[in-house]
Ligand binder design. Structure first.
Ligand SMILES: Nc1ncnc2c1ncn2[C@@H]1O[C@H](COP(=O)(O)OP(=O)(O)OP(=O)(O)O)[C@@H](O)[C@H]1O
Length: 222
């Protein structure tokens, strides 16, 4: 699924965070949102995932203007197409690995609920093989990040949005996460990543740079 920001402007609490930002994220490619701290990477990622609605401009999903969508259409998008790997990973610490991988599907009563073979396969792929029954709270930071990726794989999401997926990971774990996300893109998914990580940026097919709005050249936003 192609996700596109078309001249998107975002004002939060009276402050302009970004103005007339445009970007096309295509299937089969990993797009990295890059820029200094505070440039709006997380905000743009949330806009592209329909978690935020822009103040101006449009966000398009396969050409459809999502800014006109109501709650029901947005929920369908999250249910059927999107998976998020956000900064807190959205992991339920007191539940098992298996529950965390399958939960979005079971919450939305998707048809893949309870597919043991599929669960095992995605855990193998993410290096969590055989750990179904372990409590998520016992996993390391890197393992939790991979658990969030396992959830996206299990769901077979077309659009994967990840916020700093390699932050605070050691080299080996960071490399594994980058390889997993790059392989999801190679399989034809639309992968969008907000990142500071040079290695993650180099692995991306497209880099989209954001400047802090106040640092932007004069004339921008006027
Ligand atoms: N709810 C909010 N209300 C007001 N300002 C906000 C809100 N959320 C974010 N901002 C501001 O928007 C700007 C962009 O924030 P954002 O988190 O998108 O940047 P970022 O590039 O992801 O930063 P970092 O690399 O530090 O995570 C920042 O100046 C931030 O303070």
């Amino acid at each position: 699924m192609q996700i596109e920001a078309d001249q998107v402007t975002m004002v939060l609490n009276g402050r302009t965070i970004m103005e007339r930002e445009s970007l096309v994220c295509v299937p089969g490619a990993m797009t990295a949102l890059v820029g200094p701290s505070g440039a709006g990477k997380t905000t743009l990622l949330h806009l592209l995932g329909l978690l935020l609605r822009p103040t101006g401009g449009r966000v398009l999903a396969n050409g459809a203007d999502t800014t006109t969508w109501g709650a029901r259409q947005r929920r369908l998008f999250w249910k059927n197409y999107a998976a998020f790997i956000l900064q807190d990973y959205g992991i339920m610490e007191e539940e098992s690995v298996a529950f965390n991988v399958t939960m979005t599907s079971s919450l939305f009563r998707s048809k893949v609920v309870g597919d043991e073979k599929r669960l095992k396969a995605v855990l193998m792929e993410t290096g969590l093989g055989g750990r179904e029954q372990e409590l998520a709270a016992r996993l390391s930071g890197g393992e939790k990040r991979r658990l969030a990726i396992a959830r996206a794989l299990y769901k077979d999401a077309q659009v994967i949005l990840a916020d700093e997926p390699t932050a605070s990971l050691d080299d080996a774990n960071g490399k594994h996460v980058i390889e997993l996300l790059a392989s999801l893109a190679r399989q034809g998914r639309t992968v969008i990543v907000a990142t500071h990580d040079d290695k993650m940026m180099r692995a991306a097919d497209v880099q989209h740079s954001l400047a802090r709005f106040s640092d932007a050249p004069k004339g921008r936003g006027e």
